[in-house]
Write a protein that binds this ligand. Structure first.
Ligand code: ADP
Length: 359
């Protein structure tokens, strides 16, 4: 059967078509500038209509949805309850969930009768224990506003954990892993027996590591102080923390690791400082998660920087495990979130898993 995986962003659609259960990639592509001034693609419906003119024989669709809140700890077949849940979480993920939903609604219209499945970025982290996901804030905020750590990149962390288990030839339920997803957005997860037990991103994807343009961990009191001092409203502050900080903000050069490294090697001090801070923060989190897990079988690197930048991996690992009697393996595993979504979609609509062509 053919499963179409859709990642519908605010102004883009990325798609991959898989033959399942063989997992072979049949087709992939992307559209950009959706809804932008002067673009012929006025909305997601128009974009997906164009995509589907090229693709025939879709048996099911798997959609990436960024935020599933506490209501979804696994993938779900789209129905009214699911749509309501995605809308509810749009308040927490205003840039992502509405765009994800537009893709789902467009597919429902364009492919009537074809099953749609949603796979949430947050779902893998719904196994976090309370002591890891509750913030040190008045408990009321959790009870009434669901203000807590959710974590993101879950599909990627889950995929590379499964791959690590396959490569190490050891079942996941006997493994302690730390997975580092280092792309434009960066997050790190402690995985115990296949379950996420702590992760660096939080209520939003801003917490944790220093990223391309996002600041990661900062003293919250500094934020309110800066807002007063610089007369910034919440929207302006939010933009600075998300778009003007991280590697870009520290270096004043770029958020792109390749360019940053080039400049650092050419003697640019702030580019070098940005790289040092990037690596230092990753090492700090690994140290913390070693304590959380009480041991480690493998450290896994994935995504743009994790997969391609050997010097970052070397700096992160230098001397890190010297004190450990049994040294963990260090693995580089290319992530494949789309394949993970296709697998989960297939599993949900073909629960018998007997490799049916049609379910
Ligand atoms: P996204 O989070 O947008 O999916 P990616 O996983 O593509 O991001 O990662 C983007 C980051 O990976 C950028 O900082 C980019 O410079 C870095 N990157 C990609 N390819 C390479 C490479 N060959 N060498 C070094 N860095 C790379």
């Amino acid at each position: 059967m053919q499963i179409l995986v859709i990642n519908s962003g605010s102004s883009s659609i990325k798609y991959k078509l898989f033959d399942m259960p063989s997992e072979s990639l049949v087709k992939k592509g992307s559209l950009e500038h959706i809804g932008e001034e002067g673009s012929e693609l006025k909305d997601h419906y128009t974009g997906l209509k164009m995509v589907l003119e090229e693709i025939k024989g879709v048996d099911a669709v798997g959609h990436r949805v960024v935020h599933g809140g506490e209501d979804f700890n696994k993938p779900a077949v789209v129905d009214q309850r699911v749509i309501k849940g995605i809308k509810k979480c749009a308040a927490i993920a205003p840039l992502h969930n509405p765009a994800n939903l537009s893709g789902i609604l467009a597919c429902q219209k364009l492919l009537p009768g074809v099953k749609q499945v949603v796979v949430f970025d947050t779902a893998f982290h719904q196994t976090l224990p309370e002591h890891a996901f509750i913030y040190g804030l008045p408990y009321d905020y959790y009870q009434k506003l669901r203000a807590r750590k959710y974590g993101f990149h879950g599909t990627s962390h889950q995929y590379v954990s499964l791959e690590a288990s396959r490569l190490l030839k050891k079942p996941l339920n006997r493994l302690k892993l730390i997975t580092c997803h280092l792309g434009n957005g960066c997050s790190i997860t402690a995985v115990d027996k296949g379950k996420s037990v702590d992760t660096s991103m939080g209520y939003t994807p801003l917490e944790g590591l220093v990223m391309g343009t996002r600041c990661g961990d900062v003293d919250p009191a500094l934020i309110t102080h800066l807002m007063q001092k610089k007369n910034l409203d919440p929207k302006q502050m939010d933009r600075i923390l998300n778009k003007e900080s991280g590697l870009k903000g520290i270096s004043g050069v770029s958020n792109d690791m390749r360019l940053l490294d080039e400049k650092a090697q050419a003697g640019n001090k702030r580019a070098k400082l940005a790289l040092d801070i990037f690596v230092y923060r990753i090492r700090k989190y690994i140290g913390a998660y070693l304590a959380v897990l009480g041991g480690l079988d493998a450290l896994v690197f994935t995504a743009g920087i994790g997969e391609n930048k050997a010097s970052v991996r070397e700096s992160v690992c230098r001397g890190l495990f010297d004190y450990m009697k049994k040294k963990p393996k260090v693995l580089v595993i290319p992530t494949n979130e789309e394949l993970m979504i296709a697998r989960q979609t297939y599993k949900l609509i073909c629960p018998s898993g007997r490799g049916e062509k049609k379910c």
